[in-house]
Design a protein around this ligand. Structure first.
Ligand SMILES: [Zn+2]
Length: 115
């Protein structure tokens, strides 16, 4: 069964909800750890490491959430599934693998080639 746009929309909603929940949980834990109630000095090194990891994780989450929200916004605009670069309709198989895809396969590989 090929995936439908309705199903992709549903998936994106769920992804957005999930990403928001993860970000909130992360922000909560960073705030609590940041208050300075830590009594175990020996763990300071690993706490610093964990906070650095949390920061990069939250960046990744935020970035994914932006992609997902941009995709959801395109449903409202009626431009979902259209390559932002060349205007081609993105293959359903690609959207199924990555519902928040912004570019068609060709443009994506061209963008990655530039880096
Ligand atoms: Zn394209």
């Amino acid at each position: 069964m090929p995936v439908t746009y309705d199903e992709l929309h549903q998936q994106l909603w769920e992804q957005a909800k999930e990403l928001k929940a993860q970000l909130e949980a992360l922000q909560r834990s960073v705030r609590e750890e940041g208050v300075g109630y830590s009594n175990h000095m020996a763990d300071v090194g690993s706490e610093v490491f964990e906070q650095a990891r949390d920061v990069s994780l939250s960046k990744t989450l935020r970035h994914s959430l932006e992609d997902v929200e941009a995709a959801l916004h395109k449903f409202d605009d009626g431009t979902y599934g259209i390559c932002e670069s060349c205007g081609t309709i993105i293959e359903l198989a690609r959207l199924e693998a990555l519902p928040s895809a912004r570019y068609c396969m060709q443009c994506q590989s061209r963008h990655e080639g530039k880096r």
